[in-house]
Design a protein around this ligand. Sequence first.
Ligand code: SAH
Ligand code: SF4
Length: 367
Amino acid sequence: MLDAPSSRGEIVRLLSAVGAERSRLFARSSAIKRERVGNKVYFRGLLEYSNRCVKECLYCGIRGSNPRVHRYTMMEGEVMEAARYALAAGYASIVIQGGEIASPARTREITRLLERIGEATDNRLGITLSLGEQSRETLEEWKEAGARRYLLRVETSNPDLYARIHPRDARHDFERRLETLRHLRACGYQVGTGCMIGLPFQTLDDLAGDLLFFRDIDADMIGMGPYVEHADTPLYRHRGILLPPLARLHLSLGMIAVLRVMMKDINIVAATALQAIDKLGREKALMAGANILMPNITPVRYREDYLLYENKPCVDEAADQCKECLEARVRLAGDEIGRGEWGDSPHFALRTGKKEPADGGMTGKNQ
Ligand code: SAH
Ligand code: SF4
């Protein structure tokens, strides 16, 4: 039986496995998924709330200085409508994601949104935020206002690689990213992090380091997916040294499988970026061990303006179409949909002693 690897060398070996050895890895990760988190896939309705961003991450299509992006922030009424839609569609959880803006006005705006969503849905939606690095006070305020989870990818756990894919200034500081992850944990959030796979200059050893980092910080949720280049970004000039897209997909699926063997009871996202490379990328991720999907519920008129990377799927599909398409995908992967359930990871429940009620929180607050 394949044991959880605990050293960089062992992980690199698994990520490089081919043939029967790779099949054994996937058989094991899929069995662990079924035993430890079940075959239910949970949906998180993704709201791309705003593409305004003060950062300049060298890989990202909506980086602050890209003049070709038309900037928007969703209106409160649109967020409320999307939240109601998510509840009616049985998603039970939403993610409010956006560029990084750290200002008192943005803090208040999000607090108000959280309170209004809570009131309008009787606290039945599990809310995840993914709004970049914020002060401890802001994170506390949002937690208090009803956010339960926070998603902040470390992007890479190697500080040298981090420095190569970000401008070298105080706003893009690796240590600050780590500190924010610590604050999130201290504030009581379910902490989600992750990395990009197939970045220029990234090695298998770096990726092994990422998986060990996730284990060491005891993350509740991981979202990792392939790096997909975007022509309007500085990193684009390194496209000549990238792994071919299919190799990035292959590596991403390997990362998911190894992670499932290492962190058996956490939530793992089948990242949307997988589908930018392969139409069936997300189904393959579910089969490799992922158990979370993020259907896009952003109003269609904003989607073209939230292109973090190229070939982003579903930019012209309304929420309903996304829903049907993703439900079919889950069935194709041999899984079921955890409809109306928050789908907190068993890991989080064990870590904190908090258990989701059998009705999945659909009758009240579960904090
Ligand atoms: N601004 C927030 C959340 C929005 S960006 C933040 O940065 O945390 C969400 C994620 O998109 C980032 O964490 C990054 O991993 C991913 N992303 C950005 N550009 C990408 C690209 N070119 N390819 C793949 N993923 C990308
Ligand atoms: Fe802004 Fe996030 Fe893109 Fe960086 S990755 S530029 S923080 S939206």
